[in-house]
Design a protein around this ligand. Structure first.
Ligand code: ADP
Ligand code: 5GP
Length: 205
């Protein structure tokens, strides 16, 4: 059995992480998805336990205190974190799990789980990033400017990731990510059982 792969997709707010990861999940239902916990309010159409676990600040702090979060970060005034149990369970079961998280949390996961697959999603340009953030209709002028300034700082640390993918067209970006995942499945460190199975068969003769 191949080892499970932790797949982390990160990048500046508005780049299209959610959109690209939704398509990846539709096309690859075999990849588990890590549902994050957050203290932010649900947006219209978002459901508790589907998009996020929507928790109070108290409940979130209890999870931190109990060590139940793999990582957490304050992102634009709200807390976000990755529940640890599901990630470790899925990986131990030999399944892939997808995390779509911000760049602060991503650096923590790189330290904790260096064998993961770390992908940085880039916008085609800062002008296009601004257009997407405006088009999403979720930002005030102030929060838009904050996100654009943060994007430049985040892009500066993109070299910590193994891969960069430009999200020009959603379908194309999804396909590139799916191809990267396919290639990573052939990493020797994820296939030690395959190698051991063959060499043990020879040694057993
Ligand atoms: P993120 O999760 O990175 O904050 P979203 O997935 O919410 O970003 O995308 C931000 C906005 O940009 C959304 O309105 C989305 O529909 C749009 N968008 C995402 N990817 C593309 C793309 N490749 N081309 C044009 N618009 C896109
Ligand atoms: P949004 O509020 O737009 O859904 O997400 C805001 C930001 O929080 C995005 O950059 C998203 O990737 C990030 N985020 C979502 N879940 C997590 C998480 O579990 N941990 C961290 N560190 N960031 C997260």
């Amino acid at each position: 059995m191949r080892k499970g792969l932790l797949i982390l997709v990160s990048g500046p707010s508005g780049t299209g992480k959610g959109t690209v990861c939704d398509l990846l999940r539709q096309r690859h239902p075999e990849i588990s998805y890590s549902i994050s916990a957050t203290t932010r309010q649900p947006r219209p159409g978002e459901q508790d336990g589907v998009n996020y676990y929507f928790y109070t600040k108290e409940k979130f702090q209890t999870m931190i205190a109990r060590g139940e979060l793999l990582e957490w970060a304050e992102v634009y005034g709200n807390y976000y974190g990755t529940p640890k149990q599901k990630v470790t369970d899925r990986l131990e079961a030999g399944e892939d799990i997808l995390l779509e998280i911000d760049t602060q949390g991503a650096l923590d996961v790189m330290r904790l789980m260096p064998d993961g697959l770390f992908i940085f999603l880039l916008p085609p340009s800062l002008e296009e990033l601004a257009r997407r953030l405006k088009g999403r209709g979720t930002e005030t002028e102030d929060s838009l400017q904050r996100r654009l300034a943060a994007a430049v700082e985040e892009i500066k640390i993109a070299h910590h990731y193994r891969y960069v993918v430009v999200n020009d067209k959603v379908e194309a970006a999804e396909e590139v990510i799916a191809n990267i995942i396919e290639a990573e499945h052939h990493r020797t460190d994820l296939n030690e059982n395959l190698l051991a199975g063959l060499t043990e068969a020879v040694e057993g003769e």
